[in-house]
Design a protein around this ligand. Structure first.
Ligand SMILES: Cc1cc2nc3c(=O)[nH]c(=O)nc-3n(C[C@H](O)[C@H](O)[C@H](O)COP(=O)(O)OP(=O)(O)OC[C@H]3O[C@@H](n4cnc5c(N)ncnc54)[C@H](O)[C@@H]3O)c2cc1C
Length: 327
């Protein structure tokens, strides 16, 4: 690992001041469960690391007049065990518990989960976020790509690694971001951007901005669930995730939000499937049809065709799981 300066600020203002406007100069350190491996692999070689875990204003889960505020350094374990989260946002609890290691849940933070870098092995081995050779040709398309996208956005073929992101998007969450010019809010959906070159980042964050909180609207009466398909129950990322949030009138769905994870460089909103459910009573057959619709338009690569069926199954099962919840 390259030697670095370590900063331990106690306010967001100081932390922002210790970052740099240039990527690569300084990195935010939260739980370190991703950053330290990036540094050990020399994928990140910051001159300075700014620890934000000691900043009190970044902690805690509070009910607000507009829903729930989750501080960026709340750990995945705190999230999954919080009573307010458990009562209204089961899809978020399921997503957090999907990170199967208690150690990672104890150290990893919600802000870090959203900001973690892609697990694409080309990226992690130094071929840039787009995984290209020196002539700009994609190594992913012609190489080993079984954990990559079926909804690519060329030239990006990696998948967004966050398990929380699909659930947060389906629930209509927003993030607060703070930088040298103050704070701004963004929908979680808009936090993820697709890089066009290897110099671009995959998050709508500047190098000297910090994700400070996640704001969830109330979800009372909204049935919501996450279903993940994994290769194994032990430590690993899901192969495919579906998170759903359903507004209901009696047994009729009035509107549905269905978001897929780990199938594209950003979470994918399954709009066709959402439209199919609106105004109908949800039955197992309709859930299966919505699953099929969610996979429409998939463009699998040589190793990812299997994910098409995983999308169908994950959406169907997430919908059936949500239906079991009492309104
Ligand atoms: C074996 C293993 C299995 C895993 N399985 C899953 C899984 O199934 N699903 C899943 O979603 N994740 C999974 N993870 C990832 C894990 O959830 C993340 O590593 C963790 O959430 C990152 O949080 P952290 O606080 O440790 O971030 P750090 O490692 O401290 O930071 C990660 C990145 O985000 C940046 N960052 C962190 N916080 C902020 C902030 N507030 N503002 C701006 N930038 C920030 C850092 O600079 C760094 O680039 C797994 C990790 C491991 C090691």
């Amino acid at each position: 690992m390259q030697a670095f300066e370590y900063a331990n600020p106690t306010t967001v203002k100081d932390a922002v001041g210790m970052l740099s406007a240039q990527w690569g100069e300084a990195d935010v350190l939260a739980g370190g469960t991703d950053l330290l491996s990036l540094m050990k692999e020399y994928t990140h070689t910051p001159k300075r690391v700014v620890n934000i875990k000691g900043i009190k204003e970044l902690g805690g889960i509070q009910k607000t007049s507009s829903g729930l505020r989750i501080g960026a350094v709340v750990t995945l374990d705190e999230l999954a065990t919080n009573a307010a989260v458990r009562s209204e946002y089961p899809s978020l609890v399921q997503a957090a518990l999907g990170v199967t290691s208690p150690q990672i849940r104890n150290m990893g933070t919600v802000g870090g989960d959203l900001c973690q870098r892609p697990r694409c092995w080309y990226f992690r081995q130094g071929f840039g976020i787009l995984g290209q050779d020196k002539n700009g040709k994609s190594l992913v398309q012609t190489g080993e790509n079984r954990f990559h996208a079926i909804f690519p956005q060329a030239p990006a073929f990696y998948v967004n690694p966050s398990s929380l992101a699909p659930a947060l998007i389906a629930l209509g969450a927003r993030v607060t971001i703070t930088g040298p010019n103050g704070s701004r809010e963004l929908s979680v959906e808009k936090l993820f951007v697709v890089p066009k070159t290897n110099k671009d980042r995959e998050l709508a964050l500047a190098a000297n901005e910090i994700l400070t909180a996640i704001n969830l609207p109330p979800a009372k009466g909204i049935k919501n669930a996450t279903y993940e398909v994994r290769q194994k129950q032990a430590l690993d990322w899901p192969l495919t995730t579906a998170s759903v949030a359903l507004k209901m009138k009696g047994s009729t769905v009035t509107s549905a939000s269905i978001v897929l994870g780990h199938v594209g460089p950003a979470p994918v909103q399954a709009k066709q499937a959402e439209a199919m459910l609106a105004g109908k009573a949800l039955t197992p057959d309709l859930a299966a049809d919505a699953g099929k619709a969610a996979a429409n338009g998939a463009q699998p690569m040589s190793g990812t065709a299997y994910k098409v069926q995983l999308v169908r199954t994950a959406v169907k099962r997430a919908l059936l799981e949500a239906m079991k919840q009492r309104a």
